[in-house]
Design a protein around this ligand. Structure first.
Ligand code: 0X9
Ligand code: ZN
Length: 508
């Protein structure tokens, strides 16, 4: 078993080293702007199985459409990346050699059904001005280029279950800002007359961030429509970090690029970007019970974990049920995120894994910018899914949510989180965990029993992180037994108990 894990690990490291893209995508220098950008092509790449898909995601490719059954993916790709794909032996077909130009032609330069950032800003300010009793507009941070990141809080009583709805993490996914905006309008319009909506406003704290990536939206709507990332100027003079690879759970491992020019570049460190850091701060403060992040496209409701096939959430069943509940209302398909493709650093893995929120990503529609005549239906269907999850957040919760998790559980999840994110707080949170488990503080061994039960439930990566703690605790207990040597019967009993429990864990 251990050998298999080691081989798997070496295999991943090898693949990552071989497949990391060495070529750039959309590289701009500060002063030469778009002239040096490579055109974004839309390409169909044929795959054998899910491991082929994982390899492509691991190269840092951006894969908006993955058809496992029909054995192909659609990628938005640069010429250099495409050459790399071809050299690895993948068959492909160029669907569109210049994706931006088609959008230019079909949309004729107008936004028509879609809102600009300024228009959304006005909707938010009007919402607050016209409904001061039920909503308040917050600026939760500033983007790289200095634009405000707005969060509208609807339902102002303190202490009610909180839910977060986010849109437009990726620049070109314009429809993903429309649904949260439509949700605001629906709630505020219906609040005075609709009993069910009034019930939600009075008993929840609903936070809506329609545009997580304002710089990206402005860039996509005015300069380069197929833009995905934010607009950070990277050290190699390329632009942008993929905000959905920048969250700090299992950060820096798979399904993203270390290469700044790539479309899935994960940034220099977790939460390096003001926009993802703003969401982190908000989430740490509000302790959301549930969250939905809108993207486009593929008509999917995704649930964690996304970073690995084998990483199964403790609340897998509940997450799947809720995803299906939302999917029933918007007509989409519910699936575990990694089944689309394994990728780390997305908002859901962090929201769920580190914050204990029941977190979902909804991939809207069947293209990045659906046709005008589809927008109203997409909005209406997905507003229903939002209202469903907002309602559910009052009655169900993740087992690791801070309001519900035990001390031991919380200590385990913060230590694992700080350790995997290489946060300096890992050391103090380890000490806290060990103190809880110290037999001096845990004379009946209750915390220890809970620790063992919790370790058993965690995924393989967390078990690896927890192994040294287990060893230290084992040593402490052994020492404690030795200290009690006077009472032989007690010693034998304690040793047997400890041995039994350790065997159970070590077998796994
Ligand atoms: O890749 C993404 O960030 C999301 N898809 S998109 O086409 N909108 O870019 C999906 C994220 C789902 N999470 C994982 N597969 N881990
Ligand atoms: Zn997206």
């Amino acid at each position: 078993m251990k050998l298999r894990v080691l081989f798997l690990f070496l295999g991943v490291v090898f693949l990552a080293a071989v497949l990391m893209p060495q070529a750039s995508f959309a590289v701009e220098t500060a002063d030469s702007k778009a002239s040096k950008e490579e055109a974004a092509q839309i390409v169909k790449i044929f795959v054998k199985d899910k491991f082929d898909v994982a390899k492509l995601a691991n190269m840092g490719l951006d894969l908006p459409e993955v058809k496992h059954k029909n054995k192909y993916v659609i990628s938005v790709i640069s010429e250099t990346e495409l050459k790399k794909v071809a050299s690895l032996g993948y068959k492909y077909k160029v669907i569109n050699p210049d994706a931006d130009s088609v959008l230019r032609a079909t949309r004729a330069g107008t936004l028509s059904k879609y809102h600009s950032f300024d228009q959304i800003e006005k909707i938010l300010k009007d919402a607050e001005a016209n409904n001061p009793a039920v909503c308040k507009l917050h600026v939760i941070g500033k983007s790289f280029e200095g634009r405000p990141i707005y969060a509208l809080n609807i339902g102002l009583q303190a202490g009610k279950p909180a839910v977060l709805i986010m849109g437009l993490t990726h620049a070109r996914e314009w429809i993903s800002a429309e649904v949260p905006t439509a949700l605001i309008e629906e709630i505020l319009q219906k609040y005075p007359s609709d009993k069910a909506i009034k019930e939600l406003v009075d008993n929840r704290s609903i936070w809506i961030v329609p545009v997580v990536n304002p710089d990206g939206l402005v860039h996509s709507q005015t300069k380069s429509k197929m833009w995905r990332k934010n607009r950070r100027l990277n050290s190699d003079k390329s632009y942008g970090v993929d905000l959905n690879r920048n969250y700090g759970y299992q950060w820096g491992t798979v399904g993203a690029s270390t290469y700044p020019g790539a479309d899935t570049y994960h940034g220099v460190k977790a939460f390096s970007e003001p926009c993802s850091a703003a969401i982190k701060e908000l989430a740490e403060r509000e302790k959301f019970r549930a969250s939905v992040s809108f993207h486009s496209y593929s008509e999917l409701v995704l649930y964690p974990f996304g970073y690995a096939y084998e990483a199964i959430a403790k609340d897998d069943q509940l997450l799947a049920e809720l995803a299906k509940g939302m999917a029933k209302l918007n007509g989409y398909t519910a699936e575990k995120s990694s089944d689309l493709y394994p990728a780390m650093g997305d908002s859901d893995d962090w929201m769920y894994g580190a914050m204990g929120a029941l977190a979902f990503t909804i991939e809207l529609g069947s293209q990045f910018v659906p046709n005008d005549n589809e927008v109203d239906k997409i909005n209406a269907d997905n507003v229903k899914s939002c209202l469903f999850i907002i309602e559910k957040a009052g009655t169900v919760h993740a087992s690791n949510h801070p309001d519900f998790a035990s001390k031991v559980q919380r200590a385990i999840s913060s230590f694992v989180y700080y350790d995997v994110t290489r946060d300096v707080r890992a050391a103090t949170s380890k000490t806290e965990l060990i103190n809880l488990l110290n037999p001096v503080n845990d004379s009946e061994g209750k915390a220890f029993d809970e620790f063992i039960a919790e370790v058993e439930k965690t995924d393989l990566n967390s078990k690896k992180v927890l192994a040294p703690v287990l060893k230290e605790v084992k040593d402490m207990y052994t020492q404690n037994i030795i200290n009690k040597l006077g009472n032989t019967r007690q010693v034998i009993h304690d040793i047997e108990k400890l041995q039994n429990e350790l065997e159970k864990v070590e077998e796994k």
